[in-house]
Design a binder for this molecule. Structure first.
Ligand SMILES: CC(C)(COP(=O)(O)OP(=O)(O)OC[C@H]1O[C@@H](n2cnc3c(N)ncnc32)[C@H](O)[C@@H]1OP(=O)(O)O)[C@@H](O)C(=O)NCCC(=O)NCCS
Length: 213
């Protein structure tokens, strides 16, 4: 029996995740039945895009609370701060977030993923990687050995996180950025697109460029 699933957020990231779920269904014999999307402020343009995809819009996020307990959810919001806020509204423990891992992602041995993790196609996770709640790895990201990604971390396409790194809650790594091995990135920090981080990044800071400053 497919498990019912709701996607939270009908923007680009949420609709990309719908595509990941479709790919999982094709490869694995329909483990999920997508009931539709919820969103507190969907634009008309995005509602039109949902219509083209043939997926219903179910209403605002609180609609999720009224659904049966077996309905799972995934948060389709790319900004880690907004994703954390939305997760807080849904309420931890109220219902289980689904792990959504594309069949064309490569996941090695001895990794630990918490609920709500999303991994896009082409992403590679090697070994002894720990990912907290609602961590998202976008297309073609690599994450090296023994790295820890805390809750809500977002890694954008083609970024490379080396081994032995620790990215704290709500860190955003921009597209094509690189992090050298063994770095700590503090809570809520942002590493700009194309940056190369060569030393620890303080909490709440924005660094960019090569080397990242
Ligand atoms: C770095 C970033 C967070 C913005 O930081 P910011 O300090 O708020 O940057 P601003 O937009 O105010 O720009 C400030 C300056 O930094 C430059 N800048 C912005 N992003 C940069 C980047 N990634 N690398 C180098 N320089 C950058 C701007 O050109 C501007 O330069 P100027 O002052 O000489 O005109 C953002 O540009 C970024 O890279 N985000 C990642 C986005 C991403 O991965 N998107 C993909 C989604 S899938």
């Amino acid at each position: 029996m497919p498990e019912p699933l709701v996607i939270v957020g009908c923007g680009g990231h949420g609709r990309e995740i719908f595509g990941v779920v479709q790919a999982i269904n094709e490869a694995q014999g329909d483990p999920w039945k997508v009931l539709g999307f919820v969103d507190d402020a969907p634009s008309d343009v995005n509602l039109g895009r949902l219509e083209r995809l043939g997926v219903p819009f179910l209403g605002a996020i609180p609609q999720l609370a009224a659904m049966p307990n077996d309905v799972r959810y995934v948060i389709g919001i790319g900004d880690p701060r907004v994703r954390a806020k939305v997760a807080g509204k849904i309420g931890p423990g109220m219902r289980a977030a689904a792990p959504i891992i594309h069949p064309a992602a490569t996941v090695g041995l001895d990794n630990r993923f918490a609920e709500g993790v999303v991994i896009f196609p082409g992403a590679r996770v090697t070994t002894n990687v720990t990912m907290g709640r609602h961590v998202h790895l976008n297309q073609n990201v690599t994450v090296g050995h023994d790295t820890v990604l805390d809750d809500f971390v977002q890694i954008n396409p083609l970024a490379a996180v080396s081994g032995d790194c620790h990215l704290h809650e709500r860190v955003l790594v921009g597209t094509t950025a690189a992090l050298l091995q063994g770095l700590t990135v503090g809570m809520g920090a942002t590493i700009g697109a194309g940056a190369c981080a060569v030393k620890d990044v303080p909490a709440g800071s924005i660094v960019k460029g090569v080397p990242a400053r």
